[in-house]
Design a protein around this ligand. Structure first.
Ligand SMILES: [Zn+2]
Length: 264
């Protein structure tokens, strides 16, 4: 079923090996479901080059945009000179739309918190330096991240992906110029708090995402997630908000274009 307005998946790891066998089919299916644009965030330095290649090369119906950064899960395998490399990418490649995904994941015990803080702080600094928005990964660490943003704002704001914080934290991010990403998480009835927030926050601050191949939707546990599932995220959000699907599709599309300064 084709939705009324083209959709943007603001967060999909299309470069991950899970998509190697059938990446172009995945994109065709997504396009048939109304997904016209996908933003692919970076995760670790060894994937930066292939990610950029994929976004520029691939013969595809869907337009791809790249963000580049170091995900908090992978900070342990990076060295300070990777920061220099990252800065060089931003200096020389004008097609990279954002820094990220960067952030703090304190739900994960195995990654050193100090190292996570270091890489977040440095990547926020890069965003300020190059005037880019940031794609944030934040789990059990919203207040720490917000403190950093308040002390030294990132002018272009960004997206807090797969938002699962409190209402107060949501509004604090919005105050800092951030949009909040909602994805498959809202399809789970048990996610009461996040669903209530998705229903009540201003539409002007929401963007859609799948986080594919991760975050399978309710009913699809254990399967690979795909960008085509964005339509289900949209339908769920429309039901939760009791607003027309077309209105949400259009608003979230425009929000994503604006926050990431996506060129046509
Ligand atoms: Zn991600």
């Amino acid at each position: 079923m084709i939705t009324c307005s083209p959709l943007i998946d603001s967060h999909c790891h299309l470069d991950f090996p899970e998509f190697d066998p059938d990446r172009s089919q995945v994109l065709t299916t997504a396009f048939e479901q109304g997904v016209e644009v996908i933003c692919v965030p970076g995760t670790e330095s060894e994937r930066w080059e292939p990610l950029l290649q994929m976004c520029s090369d691939i013969q595809k119906p869907v337009k791809l945009f790249a963000a580049l950064g170091i995900h908090p899960w992978f900070v342990g395998q990076h060295e300070p000179n990777d920061l220099q490399r990252l800065a060089e990418y931003f200096e020389t490649n004008e097609h990279i739309v954002a820094v990220g995904e960067a952030g703090l994941d304190f739900a994960l015990q195995s990654v050193n918190r100090k190292a996570q803080m270091f890489w977040l702080t440095e990547q926020l600094e890069l965003a300020r330096q190059f005037g880019k928005p940031v794609i944030l990964h934040a789990r059990k660490a919203h207040d720490l991240i917000l403190k950093q943003l308040r002390q030294k704002p990132v002018k272009q704001g960004g997206i807090v992906h797969a938002f699962s914080g409190s209402e107060q934290q949501a509004y604090q991010y919005i105050e800092q110029g951030f949009c909040l990403g909602f994805g498959g998480g809202i399809t789970y009835p048990r996610a009461k708090k996040t669903r209530a927030l998705a229903a009540s926050l201003p539409l002007s601050s929401l963007v859609l995402e799948t986080d594919a191949p991760d975050m399978p939707l309710c009913g699809f546990q254990g399967q690979r997630n795909e960008p085509a599932q964005l339509t289900v995220v949209l339908e769920t959000l429309a039901e939760l908000r009791r607003e027309p699907k077309a209105e949400i599709a259009e608003a979230t599309r425009l929000n994503t274009i604006k926050i990431l300064s996506l060129l046509p």
